[in-house]
Unconditional design. Structure first.
Length: 560
């Protein structure tokens, strides 16, 4: 502040007293645009530690609200939490304003090492001018000269309780930095979640999180800005993170649809600044605890979230209009994380309404997973903004939740950030996530495939030397496999326990089991059926990671 005062004296010599601050730029700190004879009335805001995001957000909101209401914004901030003398000097500069042009002061006090502050100076100026004072963010002591003035801040107890309502798990690891409101929030959280364990840490928590990473699936951070270093450690399957404080890394994760970050609880700095300005103009005698709010990938387009995104130069995904109508029909995945989806892993989703869908997929058991044979499996569908959630309860123990956060859709394709989670008795058994692209299916060959077909050509298949096969598809979902015997006559294979198939859209899947052997399956895509001819194609994965295209051709055989 001493440097600022020297600048003020220089300005008087150069510009003259009547144009005192016309020479100051908008980046001067702590004083900004403080004319000695302003043309309009204004409000002063004096805050501490103006370099941190919290007060920078309040400054942004304060300036915007003052401009909206046609007021001068006399903004002052200090260089640290304890730089109380800079606030004392700021009050001295406010005394230079005309007595009719300062309508009130919004004050967040700094305290020196022995409790020194500018509270007495603010109280004296307010008494002289007969103007209201609003205490912002940091309450003053009961013995303070400003103790009777309205206080606007965050109710930390209510914030902790609100977070407890968001977290569904009972066993939770809670991290909060010592000597901060975070401890108050954490204790309020624990009252509603008695099995939660609170860890008090410094301004970093990576090592502490690593030490208990395997003990918990749910983690709450009540000082997210300070503990952001620990987030990479928590990017693990099945982990769920809830954090307090808006920070640009958190917004990046939400916009990117991260599987582990469940949401960010924010102190509503923009609304707090607005309420403080309105309280000054109304000369209110009653303070207010401004409630927190919760940001998730589902409400990034909410108007209340917009100021935070703009502050960090982020942009929410554009809202897709009429998604429930545009998604109707059959869709098949074609790319996953930029790579083509092999036919063996393809599925068909049929969306029939805004609340119901069906899925067909066949998956062999891999790495302990169960065999899946779903022919038009019914799914519950919910659509919220750009997000579709599909839920299926396979049995009383198993639940599958699949989420698509759609980034683009047209009449023929859609792309989405995708994740799927399968839980058994509440424990995560499978979790995958990535980006996915679907194409819309315009043909459904379920009826057209019925009947007897003879294979006439094989391409890209080395397993067989010839196309000695006939397949007969029945409406009940079974089929019959025919081979030529040594006499050159067609006969049905009778050594199989079962032979099943389904067709959904263009996807054709078969499964069969020979007596005493393991079940086998095949996957094909029907490229066309016309004029008694049928063509199948398939993209297969090689052991070296490459892919190969296969194909078959068939002709229809008349039956008696």
């Amino acid at each position: 502040m001493k440097k600022i005062m020297n600048l003020v004296l220089a300005a008087i010599l150069i510009c003259g007293a009547t144009l005192l601050t016309a020479c100051f730029g908008s980046n001067d700190n702590p004083v900004d645009n403080v004319p000695s004879t302003p043309s309009t009335s204004g409000i002063a805001m004096i805050v501490k530690n103006g370099q941190i995001d919290y007060f920078r957000q309040i400054e942004t909101a304060f300036r915007g609200i003052c401009q909206e209401k046609g007021l001068e914004a006399y903004y002052y901030s200090t260089s640290s939490e304890t730089a109380y003398q800079e606030q004392v000097d700021a009050v001295a500069e406010l005394r230079n304003l005309s007595g009719t042009n300062l309508k009130g002061i919004i004050f967040s006090p700094s305290y020196g090492p022995n409790g020194e502050s500018a509270e007495a100076d603010v109280a004296a100026l307010a008494k002289i001018r007969g103007i209201p004072v609003i205490i912002l963010d940091s309450p003053v002591k009961a013995t303070s000269l400003l103790a009777s003035y309205p206080y606007f801040g965050t109710d930390n107890t209510a914030a902790g309780q609100a977070m407890a309502e968001k977290v569904t798990a009972d066993k939770v690891a809670v991290f909060a930095t010592t000597n901060s409101p975070g401890i108050e929030r954490a204790e309020a959280f624990k009252k509603l979640k008695p099995n939660a364990v609170i860890y008090e840490v410094g301004d970093k928590a990576t090592e502490e999180v690593k030490a208990v990473l395997n003990e918990y699936n749910d983690f709450v951070f009540f000082n997210g800005n300070a503990l952001v270093d620990a987030l990479p450690t928590l990017k693990a399957p099945g982990k769920r993170v809830y954090t307090f404080d808006v920070y640009d890394e958190f917004l990046d994760e939400l916009i990117a649809y991260s599987p582990y970050l469940k949401g960010v609880m924010a102190q509503n700095t923009f609304n707090m600044a607005r309420k403080a300005v309105e309280a000054v103009l109304a000369n209110t005698k009653q303070g207010e605890m401004v409630p927190t709010f919760y940001i998730t990938e589902d409400n990034l387009n909410d108007p209340a979230v917009k100021p935070f995104l703009e502050f960090y130069n982020k942009q929410a995904p554009a809202v897709i209009e009429d998604l429930a109508e545009r998604i109707l029909g059959k869709w098949m995945p074609v790319y996953l994380d930029g790579n083509p989806v092999v036919t063996d892993l393809k599925s068909v989703y049929t969306f029939v309404s805004a609340t119901k869908a069906y899925m067909s997929v066949s998956i062999n058991a891999q790495q302990g997973e169960e065999i899946v044979w779903n022919n038009q499996k019914e799914l519950d569908l919910s659509i919220n903004g750009n997000k579709m959630t599909l839920t299926n309860h396979s049995d009383e123990h198993t639940t599958m939740v699949e989420e698509f956060n759609i980034t683009a859709i047209d009449g023929s394709a859609f792309t989405a950030n995708h994740k799927i989670t399968v839980t058994v008795d509440g424990s995560v058994m499978l979790h995958n996530e990535g980006t996915i692209r679907f194409e819309k299916l315009t043909r459904d060959y379920r009826e057209a495939v019925l009947g007897l077909w003879e294979c006439t050509e094989l391409t890209g298949i080395e397993t067989y030397n010839d196309a000695n096969a006939r397949l007969e598809f029945f409406a009940d979902g079974t089929y019959k496999y025919w081979r030529k015997n040594t006499a050159g006559e067609w006969e049905a294979v009778t050594t199989r326990e079962f032979q099943d198939y389904f067709v959904d859209g263009t996807l054709l899947v078969t499964r069969w089991k020979n007596v005493g052997e393991e079940e086998l399956r095949e996957w094909w895509e029907i490229a066309s059926i016309a004029d008694g001819q049928m063509t199948w194609t398939a993209l297969r994965a090689n052991t070296d990671g490459s892919t190969a295209q296969q194909g078959t051709k068939w002709k229809r055989i008349a039956t008696e």
